[in-house]
Each structure stands twice: as C-alpha cells, then as structure tokens.
Design a protein around this ligand. Structure first.
Ligand SMILES: C[S@@+](CC[C@H](N)C(=O)[O-])C[C@H]1O[C@@H](n2cnc3c(N)ncnc32)[C@H](O)[C@@H]1O
Length: 406
C-alpha cells in the first residue's frame, strides 16, 4: 500500500473535529494545522474522505514540497513533475496560489509560473498543452507558499465538498454546509437527540442533521475531480459508493424540528428538504422564535440569528436579542442552546451566561458559537443597566479574551 500525503482545508475553528473525523475514516498521521488538517493514506482513504467527510472543504493531494528562494525555483519544482502521468492535456486546468509570510512580490506572477511549468511540461512530453478555465476547470492545482517552502497540490475534490448538491435555494445568509455540520459536532448533537433550529432559513442545520441521522454520505450525489485522473480506480470507487448506500437508513420521521418567522425563508427550507427526500423526516413550521415552545422536554437548539452585517437592522436586533434570551430561559429549560453569531452585541444583550464560546469562521466572517445550558432558574441574568454598560464597553479587543474549546 503506497501512502500519499493529503491536506484537507476546513472552516477555521473546525480543525479539531476534522481530526476526529479523519481518524474515524481510517487516515493516518493526522495533524491539525491552521485552517485544515494534513493526513496520510492510500487512494481508498482519499476517495472515502471525499465521499464521507462532513467537515473538509476539499481533499488536496500533495505532489511536491520544496524549499524555494525565488520564482525560478517554483517553476523548476512544478516543471519536474510527471503531469502527463496524472491527467490528459485535453482537460482544462486552473491554478490557485495562497501564501503566508511569502517574501515574493506577486502571487499572480507565481500563479502564472506554475501554469507555464505545467503547460510547458505537457507540450514537451505530449505535443499538447491543457487550456485554462477559471470557472469550471476539470483539474485544480493549488500552490501554497510559506516563508521557506513551496507546496504543490492536485485537488481531488473539484467543486468544494460543502457543495453537497442538496440545497436548491439558499435565502439571504445561508451557512456553509460543512460549518453547520461542524457546529452539530461541537454541540455534541447525536442522532436521536431532539434538535431544533427556530430560525432555520433555508434549513442548512436541518439538512446536515438529517443526513447524519440517516447515514447518508454527503458526497453520494455528486462527482469528484479524482474521477478524471488517469490513476482513477473505478472498481474501488463503485465499491465505496455501494457500501455507503447500503449503510443508509430508511427515511422515517426524526425528532428534528425547524421553524422560521418568514414564509419565504420557510418556503426555501421546504424546497430543500423535499428535494433531498426529507419532507417526512423533519418537521417544519412557521413560527416566531419568541413564541415557540420546546418540542421535547430536553434537546439541543442550534441556530444562527440574523445579524447586522448581512441582514437585519441594528435597532431591531437590540430589541430581539434580550427577548430571545428571555424566551430561551422561559421555554427551553432542560435544553442546551448553541447560537452562532458574528454580532458582538448578541452575547451582551441576550442576558444569559455562556458556558462556552468557540471562535469560528463563516467564510471570512469571524463568528462565535455560544453555548447556553438552560437549567431552570440557574441562568444568571444580567440587569438591563449592566447589559447596556457591557455593550458600551464592547471593543474588538474584548473578543480576544474568549477561550476556544480546541
Ligand atoms: C441568518 S438567517 C439563518 C440562515 C440559516 N441558518 C441558513 O443556513 O439558511 C436568520 C433567519 O432568522 C429568521 N428570523 C428572524 N427573526 C425571526 C424570529 N423572530 N423568529 C423566527 N425566525 C426569525 C430569518 O427569517 C432568517 O431566515
């Protein structure tokens, strides 16, 4: 068995849950890095991770890692690789470059150098070169530079893995699917535990929870870039897909509940759940989070309320947050609530004491996942005057005092 080196990027803050997931999928040498996890394994692990990972954004196959001092070294490293052994020049390519502390001046120029090296090598070995397609390439090549080292990857995923192909319509501020799945893991939610998203929008948390409950592999309905590589093992891939389908459970009603105040948001959730075949699995209703009652004596509430950056007005939110805290306190004792927010006002105005605050990123947007244990009479309530004082003191620096659970 030949072991290959891979890197799986993920939303920042979810590296620890991705480590656990990759270990469960059978990867070895699993190590968290900032923004992703490196691991080793054979092609079976690579295919399985693409098919089964709920947290990874992509699976990148490392094809080179070399020290560099200038652009010429980058060209040389990329040119030395046997590209023609991996894919045919009739496929289109796209090169992406990212860097941290790279002393070179232009990432665009480095991108061009890598593209030239790949095309020159193909022309020398086959007489043909691949064309560039920046929108829907067959093959994506990723370069990463730190201060001393240049690493080159071939992307085995193609479209990002959070594009499950399930969400047909997405409303105004949808969560990335892998962030929603990671939050369910961080919340300790497990199939069978009652789950409610009372501000469900297009239903991302609900879709992820249903797939987990029914053992549906998140990649079972889509294709991957590795299927276009010369070394693609069709028999192995069919076997993995058939094994995954055999593990699926019947689509029976589950204690997974979603609601939203607005009919158009709920219509999006209905479209998405029914397209996924989950209409009978999840209960949806139109309701105000401030009036809704708990659908079970205990359970996990997970939600991302509207916030000022994208939707909602500041004034409305300063009125909503304290009422949300009161509603949770009154009607959800015995539940644990997880609120994802990018709004620094929310933790102050909700007037509940968070037992955990986890920094997470929704794309480039820095958020906090706040955990509230709703024990009857046990939540310390900050007086309105104190809440206002805390709000006035809110500064970006105060966010840095949060502790991570990682
Ligand atoms: C940031 S979005 C949630 C997005 C969702 N997580 C998704 O992935 O599509 C916030 C949602 O809260 C809903 N909302 C706002 N005020 C509400 C209220 N008082 N009760 C219930 N839902 C509300 C909005 O309609 C919106 O769909």
């Amino acid at each position: 068995m030949t072991f290959q080196h891979f890197f799986a990027p993920c939303p920042r803050g979810l590296e620890s849950v991705l480590v656990t997931e990759l270990e469960q999928l059978g990867a070895s040498g699993v190590q968290a890095r900032d923004g992703g996890v490196q691991f080793q394994g054979d092609w079976c692990i690579c295919y399985r991770t693409n098919l089964q990972s709920r947290i990874a954004s992509r699976v990148l196959w490392q094809v080179a890692s070399q020290p560099y001092t200038g652009e010429a070294d980058i060209y040389k490293t990329a040119h030395a690789l046997p590209w023609n052994k991996w894919f045919v020049p009739t496929l289109t390519i796209r090169v992406n470059v990212a860097a941290i502390k790279c002393p070179l001046r232009s990432l665009d120029f480095i991108t061009l150098k890598i593209k030239d090296a790949v095309c020159d090598k193909f022309r020398e070995t086959t007489g043909h070169r691949p064309s560039v397609d920046t929108t829907q390439p067959d093959i994506r090549i990723h370069g990463f530079l730190d201060a001393q080292k240049f690493t080159l990857y071939l992307d085995t995923s193609g479209d990002a893995l959070f594009k499950r192909g399930l969400r047909k319509t997405a409303g105004q501020a949808p969560l990335r699917e892998n962030l929603a799945a990671g939050i369910l893991y961080l919340a300790g939610w497990q199939p069978g535990i009652p789950l409610l998203d009372p501000m469900c929008g297009s239903g991302t948390f609900l879709l992820e929870a249903a797939q987990m409950t029914l053992n549906i592999a998140p990649g079972s309905g889509r294709s991957f870039a590795f299927e276009k590589l010369k070394k693609f093992d069709h028999v192995l891939w069919q076997k993995l897909k058939e094994e995954a389908v055999a593990q699926e459970k019947p689509r029976t009603p589950q204690p997974i509940f979603g609601s939203d105040l607005y009919g158009d948001a709920l219509a999006d959730a209905h479209v998405n759940l029914s397209a996924a075949g989950f209409s009978k699995v999840i209960e949806l209703k139109q309701a105000n989070v401030l009036e809704i009652s708990a659908p079970a004596p205990t359970g996990i509430l997970v939600t991302n309320p509207p916030y000022g950056v994208r939707i909602g007005e500041q004034q409305q939110l300063t009125e909503l947050y304290p009422k949300l805290g009161d509603a949770l306190k009154k009607r959800f004792s015995g539940w644990k609530a997880y609120i994802l927010t990018a709004d620094p006002m929310l933790p102050k105005l909700v007037r509940l004491t968070a037992s955990r605050r986890t920094p997470l990123f929704n794309g480039a947007l820095e958020c906090r996942l706040l955990e509230y244990k709703m024990v009857a009479g046990g939540m310390r309530k900050v007086r309105p005057a104190a809440a206002k004082q805390q709000l006035d003191q809110t500064s970006p620096d105060s966010q840095n005092q949060d502790t991570s659970v990682r």
